[in-house]
Design a protein around this ligand. Structure first.
Ligand code: GCO
Length: 436
């Protein structure tokens, strides 16, 4: 018997680029088609959600879901700067109408990692002009579709840029250490002169990065395009928050009653002996330093997938023998309840779980994950924490960015050769929470 309150949103989440297909005016589409791409494969038709959204929405409604989180694609709405495509507005109006006709509350994300290519060519997420461009796009959408909208997430995982910067720093440090070690070793054996021919033992990865930079120059006019999911400067990190605030103000000016928030990717940091300071630093970077920009929002979009053990030198590997997901995370659905509680210590506004899920080929593990995660949500609500919804990531097995279609998060499998949908038991289980 579900202990979730009346009116609690039980839904699934997607992102335009990951499910719709043929997002041809976006930065990601360009990057996927580079000769020296970092993507395992291009998104192409994805899972054709652009044309099959009615079927997908009906599958959610039939299972009992009462909400659907999806993103409106800026690169479709404004394919060139200042040119807004009314036909694409009409497409998303049909999606919104279909949600309502099927009893699903649309939870709309205005930016989910992908940007129009022109924005990145103009300096992207390190150029102050992006703040105004994003606010204008959001205001335009609400002017046209506001009558269908109640909940809007401005930016998905607005803290991802800082997380990428931290990972990139760690990676470069590791690569330099490895190179120093290799150079030291080579200086003894001196590989390059151990054969009677001029050979160049270049570091293949560095070679590839050089070629990628040259391609970026051709495509974006810069060797290092400031796409959203890339390392940021401290100013760029806060610029995303300012873009959120500008977009919120612009949308409220059109529809004051709109409920607006943003989403953050949060980890359940668990301290191992001596990791207290490292965990405090990670939590400040990931969440606390954004509080001034979000504490007056209408809700907070919380996204969590696992826990992270933190020792004195930062994150630690998954515990020995623990179950791992396809993404390499520890299978740990209890993290969600922990993170909700930690967030609520500092943020009193309503919390919507806008992403929580598991990449696995064994749907019985997805069922167990959902049940454990939602038990944590029920316990938080029982303790008076205002959680208003749970959006499982993801509705469909889809394009997991640079990993391509290899990760299966979905409540619905898709045979991409025919785009046939195959609902899994987990979809029924999730829908059951609105029926109990
Ligand atoms: C993210 C994005 C989603 C991912 C999902 C699984 O959080 O990275 O919002 O687009 O696909 O989280 O990794």
């Amino acid at each position: 018997m579900s202990k979730l309150p009346e009116g609690f949103f039980i839904g699934a989440a997607t992102a335009a680029h990951q499910v719709e297909g043929n997002n041809v005016h976006s930065d990601y589409w360009a990057m996927e088609h580079m000769e020296y791409t970092s993507f395992n494969e291009p998104s192409l038709d994805a899972v054709d959600h652009y044309n099959r959204y009615e079927e997908d929405i009906r599958l959610m409604a039939d299972a009992g879901l009462n909400a659907y989180r999806f993103s409106i694609e800026w690169a479709r709405i404004e394919p060139e700067q200042g040119r807004f495509d009314e036909a694409e507005i009409e497409h998303y109006r049909k999606v919104l109408t279909c949600c309502r006709e099927n009893g699903l509350e649309p939870i709309v994300t205005m930016h989910h990692f992908t940007s129009p290519k022109w924005l990145i060519a103009n300096g992207g997420w390190e150029n102050e002009d992006t703040i105004d461009a994003f606010a204008k796009y959001c205001a335009y959408v609400v002017e046209k579709l506001g009558d269908q909208l109640n909940y809007v997430c401005t930016i998905n995982e607005a803290n991802m840029r800082l997380q990428i910067a931290a990972i990139s720093k760690r990676f470069m440090k590791q690569m330099q250490a490895d190179q120093a070690k290799a150079a030291a070793k080579d200086s003894k054996s001196n590989v390059e002169s151990s054969v009677q021919v001029g050979i160049n033992m270049e570091n293949p990865m560095m070679e590839r990065m050089k070629k990628q930079a040259m391609e970026n120059m051709q495509i974006f006019g810069t060797p290092q395009p400031n796409v959203f999911v890339s390392m940021c400067t401290p100013e760029g990190d806060i610029m995303v928050m300012r873009a959120h605030q500008a977009a919120k103000a612009a949308m409220k000016a059109v529809k004051p009653e709109l409920k607006i928030g943003l989403t953050l990717s949060l980890h359940d940091f668990q301290v191992v002996e001596g990791g207290e300071d490292a965990a405090a630093k990670e939590w400040d970077d990931e969440f606390l330093h954004y509080l001034p920009y979000i504490q007056d929002d209408d809700f907070f979009g919380l996204q969590n997938y696992t826990r992270t053990l933190i020792g004195p030198d930062g994150s630690l590997p998954n515990p020995e023998g623990s179950e791992a997901t396809q993404m390499g995370y520890e299978f740990y659905p209890q993290a969600l309840g922990h993170v909700i509680r930690t967030v609520h210590e500092k943020l009193s506004i309503p919390i919507m779980v806008t992403e929580n899920g598991v990449a696995t080929s064994d749907d019985s593990r997805r069922v167990a994950f959902i049940q454990e995660a939602l038990k944590g949500v029920e316990d938080c609500i029982a303790d008076g924490i205002p959680v208003v919804g749970y959006m499982y990531w993801s509705l469909l097995d889809n394009f997991e960015w640079q990993k391509g279609f290899s990760m299966t998060f979905g409540l619905i499998a898709v045979d991409r050769s025919t785009q046939t949908r195959m609902p899994k038991e987990s979809l029924k289980v999730l829908g059951g929470y609105t029926k109990d």
